[in-house]
Design a protein around this ligand. Structure first.
Ligand code: DGY
Length: 402
């Protein structure tokens, strides 16, 4: 029996083998730019050049999904040079080579070390615009950008649901031992149904603990609360009254339908949350205060069968406290793909391009509360897009608005 969910996604309970499966008939394909390109090199580093005669030179250190981002830059009269070097991670020397002696703006990656050396090089090349292709910017030394008066763009608002979905996927996979069972099947060990085969934990009506209740933490919490009727406990430096009100109202809704309410509470310490939660999900940003937040001592405070989910930056957990993670059959381990949905990655590209194009064209910063999503799907070239969507150091750099 097949149930079709979405255009090319199938979930099945296959009668012939009597085990659950899920598969996507094909991974989403993204379409790169329709604008034609020429292949070239910058001091031996291969690049694709789009809109060769554009008056401003913008370097993009990795090819990006979608085509709208390129349209944004081309409409802003940029000559766009996309690095096609095969190295997964470009070192500082290669990025410097790409910047070369004249460069107006750069879209960089979260794997690159954006500190004094690169911001200095960009400034010397006449650069005025930079955006990272990410919402998180722990790899960017903002103080160094400030010192050169360079605005630092990032891409908030389009990663929220996608990242929350992967946190939910990890939660379910760990609680129900999906990865272990997958390995078991692939290795041909399955003989037949057994009462205790891969028995996991039910999430329904348990307690989910959120560390860092920002946009992504709240979106994930709602998936677990609404989907699995979990109570919620959260730890955040700031109370989140709207979030609490939402969950409380949802609890009342459930009661109105003769179901038990769900509850929400702000924990006064991380430790208290850890002792209580059946699932602990990390959604805090990475800085000095959150590096190794989950250390051996705190891991020891969790319930013995609790699930720990990290879709924040890796070093929020002290991995040394989790010896042999890769050998742990009950761990579900993914590469850095929490934001890897086609819509999100395309949206991130458009926001990064709009940051660079916005600064180069002297467009003001999108006012607080402005909708970044209009950059992703609003009509290209319309006046409502004559803004720079997101600059993290706008208070510290001289305005780029002429
Ligand atoms: C970000 O944008 O910071 C994400 O980690 C990218 O996946």
């Amino acid at each position: 029996m097949f149930s079709r969910a979405g255009r090319n996604l199938f979930c099945s309970l296959a009668p012939f083998n009597a085990y659950p499966q899920a598969f996507q008939t094909q991974a989403p394909r993204y379409f790169t730019a329709a604008v034609s390109s020429i292949s070239s090199q910058v001091d031996g580093i291969p690049v694709k050049i789009f809109n060769e005669n554009g008056s401003k030179r913008v370097v993009v250190t990795k090819d990006l999904p979608g085509k709208r981002w390129l349209d944004v830059l081309v409409n802003a009269d940029c000559r766009v040079e996309v690095c096609t070097h095969p190295d997964a991670i470009l070192d500082v020397a290669k990025v410097k080579t790409l910047i070369s002696t004249r460069c107006d703006g750069v879209i960089g990656q979260l794997t690159e070390d954006w500190s004094e050396e690169l911001f200095g090089a960009l400034k010397s090349a006449g650069g005025t615009a930079f955006s990272t292709y990410a919402v998180g910017y722990n790899n960017v030394k903002v103080a160094a950008a400030n010192a050169h008066g360079l605005p630092v763009g990032n891409t908030p608002g389009v990663l929220t649901e996608t990242t929350a979905e992967i946190a939910a996927a990890l939660t379910l996979a760990a609680a129900r031992r999906v990865a272990e069972a997958d390995v078991f099947m692939r290795s041909g060990q399955y003989v037949g149904w057994l009462p205790a085969l891969f028995v996991g934990n039910l999430l329904q009506r348990k307690t989910v603990g959120i560390i860092g209740a920002g946009r992504i933490g709240q979106a994930y919490a709602r998936m677990m609360i609404e989907g699995h009727k979990m109570d919620c406990i959260y730890y955040d430096m700031f109370p989140q009254p709207k979030f609490e009100e939402y969950v409380t109202d949802y609890g009342k809704f459930l009661e109105g339908h003769d179901e038990e309410a769900v509850t929400i509470r702000r924990a006064d310490t991380v430790e208290n949350l850890l002792r209580e939660a059946d699932v602990v999900s990390l959604h805090c940003l990475l800085d000095a205060s959150t590096t190794h937040l989950m250390n051996a001592e705190r891991l020891g405070m969790m319930k013995s069968n609790a699930v720990l989910v990290n879709s924040a930056r890796g070093p929020v957990i002290d991995e040394v406290a989790l010896p042999g993670l890769a050998e742990c059959a009950n761990a579900v381990i993914l590469p850095h793909i929490a934001s890897a949905s086609l819509w999100t990655r395309g949206g991130m590209a458009t926001l990064a391009a709009s940051n660079v194009a916005g600064v180069l064209q002297g467009f003001p910063l999108l006012p607080d509360g402005g909708d970044v999503l209009k950059f992703v799907d609003g009509p290209l070239g319309s006046e409502e897009l004559n803004y720079t969507p997101s600059i993290v150091n706008s208070a510290d750099v001289p305005s780029w608005v002429k």
